[in-house]
Structure formats: C-alpha cells, structure tokens
Ligand binder design. Sequence first.
Ligand code: BGC
Length: 254
Amino acid sequence: MATPTTHAFGIDIGGSGIKGAPVDLETGTFSGDRVRIPTPKKSTPEAVVDVIGELLEQFDEDPSIPVGLTFPAPIVDGGLPFVANLDQSWVGVDVAEVVHDRLGRKVVALNDADAAGIAEVQYGAAKGVPGVVLLTTLGTGIGSALLVDGTLVPNTELGHLEIDGHDAESRASSAVKDREDLSYKEWATKRLQKYYDTVEKLFSPDLIVVGGGVSKDHEKFLPLLKTRAPIIPAVLRNKAGIIGAAYRAGERAE
Ligand code: BGC
C-alpha cells in the first residue's frame, strides 16, 4: 500500500479572491499562512492560471506536492459546463490541461461547495454524521454539497433552484443581503426561510450545515430559521474550500 499523503496544497478560486494555503491532511489545518490575491477583473483561464502560478511561487513547496483547485461552478469530466460568477471563457476548458500547459503542474479540480462538504465531513461539522447531510455555502452565490453517509453526490447546484420564478441565489445569497442592504432578520425571514423550506421539501436532509464567510455571524440568522432538520454552522467556515481541495488532491495522489 502507498504511504498516505499527509501534505497537500489547496486553492479556492472565487469571484473576488483566489486563496491558497498548504494543508496538513492529518489534522485538516493550514500548515502555513493563507495567501489571497484578488481575482483578475477579467477572470479568463489565462489570467486566473497566472494568479495560481503567482500564489504557488510564494510558497517554498516541493513541486510534487498535490494541488487541488476549487471553482465556483460544477466540474464535470474535468471542465466547467457552465459558470455564473467567473468569466464565461472558462466554459468547456479542460482545467488540468490549461494549468499543466501554462505552469507545468498537475492539479485536480472540483466544485467549491463540494470541497467544503468534503472538508466538513473529514474534519468538521459533518464528521461521523450518518444519513443525508446538506451543506450550503452562502456567499456571492449559493453553493451546495449533498453527502450520504459521508459520500459526496457531486455537482448538486441547489443555488440555482428556481423558486417563485427566481434563481434562488439571486434572492438569498449573502451578496444579495449586502447589495439590498437587508438586516439579518429580513434576510433570514424573507429570503433564507423560503430557500431552506424548498430544499427540505425536495431532499429531506437529516442535517443542514451552513458555510460561507457569513457563517461567522451564524448566531444572528440561524436561530431565526425554522427547519425540521437541525441547521448548524460549518466549523471550518471559509477555510473549508482550501482544506477540501487539498484533501481531494491528496486522495488522488495516492
Ligand atoms: C455556482 C456553484 C457554486 C456556488 C458558490 C453558484 O453560482 O453555480 O457551482 O458552488 O455558486 O460559489
């Protein structure tokens, strides 16, 4: 049996920032400082891959370290079938190929919310939880990860459920809360409640985990929501994408 990989690098590509850190896979913690570089205004594959290169250069890591990348989009057969919050020129691009051509590095790619789900199962709020766990990330968009007895059903896109004729994330993401200047109470009762009612009706999860940057303020809005399943904050918060990406890269390297 191969020696388990204990160290990997995770990079979380978002609409506003690209963040990376080395991760200790035994503990699920950062083993070095996190670095954040703003996402280029025109977030084409070339521009984003250059930032990935810049980010990796800031760490003195062995070039053979497994690298995982998260995208704010589903990743099917190694590419993005569609993307809401990144340049449209990503659609149809083979992620591993474009990174390898430009940087000469091997990477694995996955959806950002799926990475967060994997991280919460391995090291966080969903560790050891049986049954159906639904993790949602509230940020620029709404991401989702569906886990059944700890196994991920990849690429669920529950931020794009159509609710009352609207794309759900265009009504209930935390970016919308900021844009429309909603209070936590207004956001929770007028937007999130409807969203979680809908996902509960469709998936009957046993546990709902809420991640994304805004989950640091969970006590301001989670107690206002009425759900059948317990609804709890993610433990790894906005570190979960990086940690999940590194975990997946480490798994693939074995
Ligand atoms: C994307 C998802 C992503 C979520 C959070 C949505 O707009 O379609 O793939 O997980 O945003 O970034």
